[in-house]
Design a protein around this ligand. Structure first.
Ligand SMILES: Cc1cc2nc3c(=O)[nH]c(=O)nc-3n(C[C@H](O)[C@H](O)[C@H](O)COP(=O)(O)OP(=O)(O)OC[C@H]3O[C@@H](n4cnc5c(N)ncnc54)[C@H](O)[C@@H]3O)c2cc1C
Length: 557
């Protein structure tokens, strides 16, 4: 029986309303979680988001060039057959405005907005042992209580803090790719500096170069970028995919990265150099993540195998960049391909052939300070009208740390995870009952087509809530033992890969002072899904399930 509760949002009051579940974040995670809880399970739910509207990543990252780099037909929800049939993508890889339109469509189609409170930053989530409820607060005080919490706060929603001396003195414009002005920015006739060449930097550099009078790119670590292969959506491909969507989604979920690719060969070292070259040429031309996720299975496992693809990309950079010295600066040499988030591009390398673009190697000549008008490196001064920060995110744990989570016995999540995240299945943590992280650290999340990863996790969390209801229980918490084993398993898997050796946001090494740790489950989506299915089928192995002693008035549903 549906028991949908849709009350008016409350603000900082002791009368704070109690919900069955509170969801934080109104991106892909939060929207699906709300639909599932409210419309499919009939429990009371409320979503909070700092943003002024839905979209998460796609609400905030409005910089020129922002687009997804998994084909949109795959980078989209699968939970509703009619939704996936009716929505039409105009490009192979949709740009940010189109993805945001899609998420707005989802919010409208499922009437989600009425249970979302926007412009609300959650700063404190405290477990109250007496009532066995989570207390949810903003800086102005308590706003709600809930039996269950779902943190749909994203992995890439907290920007890295810029640490350039004197940035505050700069008199020109300063922008950050992760919180781009809604009205857009006109760089025509301006001298622009972009700091950072990660996935966002690479997208924004290509676009700003076309508009600015001059663009100076400040690069610390060069990246291995490969062509995205974008094009208008092909009607026949769309028809084919839509005719077989269910099978394609299953195929995606049964592949390492959640993509329905099927040309993977076991080893880059098992075939001749000519054959290997042919494979790389084909995947490079096909675009998307085919070069890494549809070529050879040992690229992330074996340095020698990885060297073959790394050298292939360096060769492409040399072919595409006319000045050999610039090509050399743009070529990564000291870390394996794929051990940092692999960026995709359209004409990125050709951008450096333009007369209005300068590349500055800040590994060799670091930024010393920023003045009223310039960025000064140890080797020169660059006068600018605008600075664009594309310096990345305090990934994965950053957004969770900002929630001010306090669990049993007043223990802070920040203290418990002082040396790195400790999770069971990347979705729960010991000492913090009834709390679920969507695509949390130590899940395959960021190595798995994320809308599908999100659906898996939302389903896991909401199925657990449903299971408790069905069994007259209302508390779920992982045991310390199960968590310890999971963390050890995640670390062991990582040790068989090339990832731990690279400084990247996957390991936390991009943030000064952040403990270096293993934040991604590297066993792939199918293995992970199997483990989760077994946990559920066996009645939530590794979890303690419990019943609250009846407490009047708090049985939110
Ligand atoms: C530029 C860019 C491109 C990307 N491209 C791809 C891609 O091609 N393929 C892919 O798989 N993934 C991609 N990603 C990853 C992307 O983040 C996920 O695919 C997905 O959008 C995450 O959805 P989410 O709802 O989990 O989190 P998000 O979309 O990050 O939403 C989290 C929401 O939580 C809110 N929030 C956070 N903290 C609080 C708080 N304290 N209080 C209240 N609200 C809070 C935020 O405001 C935000 O709106 C990309 C990420 C970026 C930044």
């Amino acid at each position: 029986m549906l028991n949908v509760k849709t009350s008016t949002p409350t603000t900082g009051s002791a009368e704070a309303e109690t919900f069955n579940t509170i969801v934080i974040g109104a991106g892909f995670s939060g929207l699906y979680a709300l639909h599932r809880l409210r419309d499919q399970m009939g429990v009371s739910a409320r979503v909070f988001d700092i943003a002024g509207d839905v979209g998460g990543t796609w609400y905030w990252n409005r910089y020129p060039g922002a687009r997804c780099d998994i084909e949109s037909i795959h980078y989209s929800y699968s939970f509703s057959e009619s939704l996936q049939q009716e929505w039409r993508w105009t490009e192979r890889f949709a740009a940010q405005p189109e993805i945001l339109r899609y998420l707005n469509h989802v919010a409208d189609r499922f009437d989600l907005r009425k249970d979302i409170q926007f412009n609300t930053r959650i700063t404190s989530l405290v477990w109250d042992e007496k009532t066995r409820l989570w207390q949810v607060s903003t800086k102005d005080g308590l706003i709600a209580r809930a039996k269950f919490l779902i943190a749909g706060t994203g992995n890439l929603s907290v920007a890295k803090k810029p640490e350039f001396k004197g940035l505050e003195n700069f008199k020109g414009e300063i922008y950050s790719t992760g919180s781009w002005p809604h009205e857009g920015v006109d760089f025509t006739g301006k001298r622009v500096g972009v700091i950072g060449v990660g996935a966002s930097g690479i997208q924004v550099i290509t676009e700003i170069a076309k508009e600015a009078a001059h663009l100076t790119v400040f690069q610390r670590t060069p990246n291995y970028a490969a062509p995205i292969g974008n094009a208008p959506m092909d009607a026949e491909t769309e028809r084919q995919v839509k005719a077989h969507y269910a099978e394609i989604r299953t195929k995606s979920r049964n592949s390492f990265g959640g993509l329905p690719y099927d040309q993977m060969q076991p080893s880059a070292l098992a075939i001749s150099a000519e054959e290997r070259r042919r494979v790389y040429d084909e995947r490079y031309a096909q675009g998307g993540f085919r070069l890494i996720f549809d070529s050879f299975a040992d690229l992330l496992l074996n340095k020698e195998a990885n060297d073959t693809v790394a050298e292939y990309i360096r060769g492409k950079i040399r072919e595409r960049v006319t000045d050999p010295q610039i090509a050399d600066i743009l070529s990564p040499k000291d870390y394996p391909y794929g051990t940092k988030r692999p960026p995709l591009e359209t004409n990125y390398y050709e951008t450096y052939n333009r007369d209005n673009v300068t590349l500055v190697d800040i590994k060799v000549s670091p930024i010393e300070r920023i003045t009223e008008q310039s960025i000064c490196t140890t080797s020169g001064e660059y006068k600018l009208d605008a600075i664009v920060l594309a310096i990345g995110f305090d990934a994965m744990t950053g957004p969770l740390m900002q929630l001010g989570i306090v669990g049993r016995n007043g223990e802070k999540l920040a203290d418990r995870w002082a040396n790195g995240p400790l999770t069971y299945l990347g979705i729960t943590t010991h000492g913090f009952p009834n709390l679920f992280f969507i695509t949390g650290p130590q899940s395959p999340g960021v190595f798995y087509n994320m809308p599908l990863a999100i659906e898996d996790h939302v389903d896991f969390a909401t199925d657990a809530i449903q299971y408790l209801r069905d069994h007259d229980l209302d508390l779920i918490e992982p045991t310390l033992e199960a968590e310890t084993q999971w963390v050890a398993h995640v670390y062991e898997l990582a040790q068989h890969t090339l990832l731990p050796g690279t400084d990247s946001w996957y390991t936390g090494a991009n943030i000064p002072g952040k403990p270096r740790s293993c934040m991604v489950y590297l066993g792939g989506a199918p293995a992970y899904r199997k483990v989760c299915a077994e946990v559920v089928d066996n009645g939530y192995t590794g979890f303690t399930l419990d019943r609250t002693v009846a407490t009047e008035g708090i049985g939110a549903d």
